[in-house]
Design a protein around this ligand. Structure first.
Ligand code: DUC
Ligand code: ZN
Ligand code: ZN
Length: 469
């Protein structure tokens, strides 16, 4: 019997802190050896000239999430995780949405049924708490955190999701006691409603005005308030999908006060701007997401946030809707106002190539920062054991990258369920040529070689120690 099932030979390994040449020996789905001249294997994969990186962990994706009457997300678990694997990822964390009045366990049962045997890569779920009732706060949530559902998202905007400050405080208090990590979507609901009403009355109803209804101050104010509420309860939080300097500076200042505030940004805030929608008419709907893409100065700020560690998480916020579809961006109401356009854009497959190309290849961030921002920090922040690094004892979740391969992003080459990419035409240098999940190839030489029964659901540990009762 060979010592290893697989050896990846002569590649350059990068972790969040180191870059070095070595062979990786894999047995029973785990990395069991890292060394020189490992050869005794059933299969030897030559990775000379290639980078051997941890598979990407995308801790912010939306898959098969109920999105309102008549609206259907463009991806189910099979297509989203297939696209993720082509993009060099081995783990995703989508959101299980609680409907108003719905017990969390019921929402989870339905969501597990959608994912079960339908995932090409590993996954676990965040909860979205839309209705923090007494039983949710007092019983369901603490029990679910103990069962490994250790993170949840709450919203400060959207009619059917926005929580009051009182409700946010209640959720944060339960998180503190149970050791769960709360993600906050920070935009001021009333301010958006006020601005949207004004824009509509003035006849400014096209997709371009979506961004005008959610200017930076709306995000900055909510970010500041979210941080203040977390400070009051003394609990860590994550501010997700930060789009600009002002919101980022709120996080920076909170950190300087000693608070644990994690920051996340996404590809759309690095490479898109509001001008991309300007002359497109209804096609601007392809770029409608919240917070909206801003301007060049905001892009620069987001790069600084990544470089300086204000943002420790780089996620896709993949939230796919088809464009040319009445169940997607062109829902009949969308023509009457931007207000009705489903919020979100696809990006699960393009997240890593965009950050690699714009970040590593262009010298804005190091390869080690890339690994930290796209894999290691996600595992550490969300309590995921044995994932997110190339190290002995870790799962053999590995992406092999050709740092010199060039490509032009195009819908025709992507594997998601959407009918467009907002990144059409973006030139990329650096591409994941193979993705391996727990020692088995899922994608190799541009082909899907894995099966949708490969991916496993994993429960997670507590992101931080809960406070004493
Ligand atoms: N928030 C997200 O995280 N994703 C899409 C839409 C939204 O508002
Ligand atoms: Zn959000
Ligand atoms: Zn999201």
């Amino acid at each position: 019997m060979a010592a290893f099932d697989t050896v990846i030979r002569r590649g350059t390994i990068a972790t969040a802190s180191e870059t070095y040449k070595a062979d990786v020996g894999i047995r029973d789905g785990r990395i069991v050896s890292i060394g020189e001249a490992l050869t005794d294997a059933d299969e030897v994969v030559d990775a000379a000239g290639m980078l051997v990186l941890p598979g990407g962990i995308d801790s912010h994706v939306h898959i098969s999430q109920p999105s309102g009457p008549g609206i259907v997300m463009a991806d189910d678990f099979a297509s989203a995780t297939r696209a993720a694997a082509f993009g060099g990822n081995t783990f995703v964390m989508p959101y299980c949405l609680q409907a108003k009045g719905q017990p969390l366990r019921e929402a989870l049962k339905d969501y597990h049924a959608l994912a079960d045997q339908n995932c090409h890569i590993d996954h676990s779920f965040h909860l979205i708490i839309a209705d923090p009732t007494e039983s949710v706060l007092g019983q369901e949530l603490p029990a679910l955190v103990a069962d490994g559902y250790t993170s949840l998202k709450i919203f400060m905007t959207y009619a059917d999701l926005a929580l009051s400050d009182f409700q946010i405080l209640e959720v944060l208090a339960v998180a503190r006691e149970s050791g769960a990590l709360v993600q906050i979507h920070a935009e001021n609901y009333d301010a958006i409603r006020f601005l949207a009403d004004r824009l509509e009355r003035a006849g400014n109803t096209g997709p371009y005005f979506h961004g005008k209804s959610r200017p930076i101050v709306v995000e900055r104010e909510a970010t500041s308030r979210a941080i203040s509420l977390a400070e009051l309860i003394d609990v860590p939080i994550v501010i997700v999908h930060v789009s600009n300097r002002e919101a980022m500076d709120e996080i920076r200042r909170a950190r300087m006060r000693g608070l644990t505030i994690h920051g996340e940004t996404c590809p759309q805030y690095l490479v898109l701007t509001e001008d991309d929608l300007k002359d497109l008419g209804m096609e601007g709907a392809k770029y409608v997401c919240s917070p909206p893409p801003r301007d060049k100065a905001s892009q620069q700020a987001c790069w600084e946030g990544l470089q300086q560690g204000i943002f420790s998480l780089f996620s896709s916020d993949h939230c796919p809707f088809r464009y040319d579809d009445e169940a997607g961006k062109l829902t009949p109401n969308a023509r009457s106002s931007f207000r009705w356009i489903p919020n979100g854009i696809p990006g699960i497959e393009t997240r890593l190539p965009i950050l690699f190309s714009e970040g590593v290849s262009k010298g804005r961030i190091s390869l080690n920062q890339f690994v930290a921002l796209t894999a290691t920090n996600h595992a550490k922040t969300y309590g995921l054991a044995r994932k997110g690094s190339i190290a002995v004892g870790y799962d053999a979740d590995i992406a092999i990258w050709d740092p010199g391969r060039t490509a032009t992003l195009s819908q025709k080459d992507l594997h998601h369920g959407a009918d467009y990419t907002p990144y059409e035409g973006l030139e990329i240098t650096g591409w994941p040529i193979a993705t391996m999940l727990r020692g088995r190839f899922v994608v190799r030489e541009g082909k899907l070689v894995g099966d949708k029964s490969y991916g496993r659901y994993l429960s997670r540990g507590k992101p931080f120690k809960p406070s004493a009762p």
